[in-house]
Ligand binder design. Sequence first.
Ligand code: ISJ
Length: 358
Amino acid sequence: MNRDLQELRRRIDQLDDEILRLLNERSTYVIEIGQLKRQNDAGANLHTPAREAEIIQRLTSRNPGPFPSDAIRSVYREIMSASLSLEGPQKVAYLGPRATFTHLASRQKFGESAQYVPVTSIKDVFTEVERGRANFGVVPIENSTEGVVSHTLDMFIDSPLLIYGEVLLEVSHHLLSKSGAKEEITKIYSHPHALAQCRNWLETHVPNVPLSEVASTARAAEMASEDASAGAIASELAAHLYGLKVVQSRIEDNINNFTRFLVLAKTAPQRTGKDKTSVMISVKDRAGALYDLLRPFASSGINMTKIESRPSRRKAWEYIFFVDVEGHVEEERMKKALDEVKSRCLFMKILGSYPAHA
Ligand SMILES: C=C(O[C@@H]1C=C(C(=O)O)C=C[C@H]1O)C(=O)O
């Protein structure tokens, strides 16, 4: 072997030994911090997104390169995820089965070392967290092409849980199969939404292959893993978990396809300075009701990022609005605006202040 190469690899080994030593030293502080957190509050959530965001921000802003700043984010997500697992299992319940986009979003937030619990309905995600069987829950809330997930909104009406964070995930579909050879595929399985989102590609590239709807993209992947002549439209995580090969990646017709997910918890996260607040407000159906409700936000200079309305399930002609605004409930102007809104509506519930997706 070339001498220079040998010497360079020897230096890399030395540096890796040093990185390993530092990772272990870092872990001992994480364990100590965990003990302090538990002393202060036995039921505290040990995961602290505000601190994690601060660490990543600090490191990416002072990175001289050539190591890519984007990679710092993923490397540190795993370092912090693994460190956190030393403080005890961080259980995350999500809308399953495995390899769904909600699973992908959960892993993006909590890293590989969290303990993931797939459940079969959005309601079950709420229940797992409410009963303390999971520290966090992850549910979809809106998709840029399919719209809002109203079932998630409805769950907040009666649930005591708070929104702990949000995850924005670019949804990308891939055609997968056991061999990876397009010619061998005689049928394609997927969730109806995924089939709809890839319609143009399918018509152009596999016009004669019959399509078959199944309950989830993950189920499609599972079926393709059991039948060499079947293709599945699913995520890259599904390919990985079900041992499939990518026949063609990114076959969605609209490449700006994002889904927003919410992280649920029993407790509120710390304020970060770049937070969002979600509230649920109900009003009587009368002229000007909505205008009256929203005026306090506008006059306090608070930016609204979303409003959704749902009929209240309690009474006819009562509406519930789900409103997202920029800012934190502990800010004076937010307190003032929310007090004013509260005095004008039938009922108001704060669903949480949480770090806005960076
Ligand atoms: C160590 C802490 O706890 C957790 C672990 C972190 C880390 O590995 O740096 C950061 C934030 C928390 O999720 C902390 O809050 O500082």
